[in-house]
Design a protein. Structure first.
Length: 183
């Protein structure tokens, strides 16, 4: 602080203004990043809810599987998958490529048997993409309750946030320099 005391008032004001602007820009950038992340999560969740509703119709009408009464399999969407689990964790049916790998842990399955659960999962061993899962209880034919799990890759979300962060890290300092020169 003593070093600044010997500087001209203009320079001291410019430094104080630049410090205040840096704080405002950093807070604004953080707020924007968090809000965009939350909006992307909400969009993914809405998509998963719609997908779960579609698959639940099959499970309620044709039995605890991903095929209709005529045996036609559920049309798979890109970057999306589904699985039907018994309350004990046995895989009753799943999208091609998932095999018998159970998507939920024991505690997650127990909770999903009672209520809808959203889970973020690290990439699967045979994939590079992290995923978001929605698990919900569904009453199948005969009154048997099963757990329906639908999921999708969150790679595009991560790429969008990475791009936004890059733009903020580039634009923030440039804005700070311009504002300081104007100040």
């Amino acid at each position: 602080m003593r070093r600044l005391a010997g500087l001209p008032i203009r320079l001291r004001l410019t430094v104080a203004f630049a410090a205040a602007m840096a704080l405002v820009l950093a807070a604004s950038g953080l707020f924007l990043y968090l809000r965009v992340g939350a909006a992307l999560d909400s969009t993914i969740d809405q998509g998963l809810e719609g997908r779960a509703d579609d698959v639940a119709v099959l499970v309620r009408g044709a039995g605890p599987g991903l095929a209709d009464a005529r045996g036609r399999r559920l049309a798979e969407q890109e970057e999306s998958f589904a699985q039907v689990l018994a309350p004990d964790g046995a895989v009753l049916d799943s999208s091609p490529g998932l095999g018998e790998r159970q998507l939920l842990t024991g505690p997650e399955l127990a909770r999903a048997a009672r209520e809808t659960v959203i889970v973020d999962r690290a990439p699967f061993p045979d994939s590079d993409d992290p995923v978001r899962l929605l698990a919900t209880p569904v009453e199948a034919v005969g009154g048997r309750t099963v757990v329906l799990v639908v999921g999708t890759s969150t790679e595009e979300r991560a790429e969008a946030l990475e791009s936004l962060l890059g733009q903020l890290l580039l634009g923030g300092p440039l804005t700070l320099v311009a504002a300081s020169l104007l100040g």
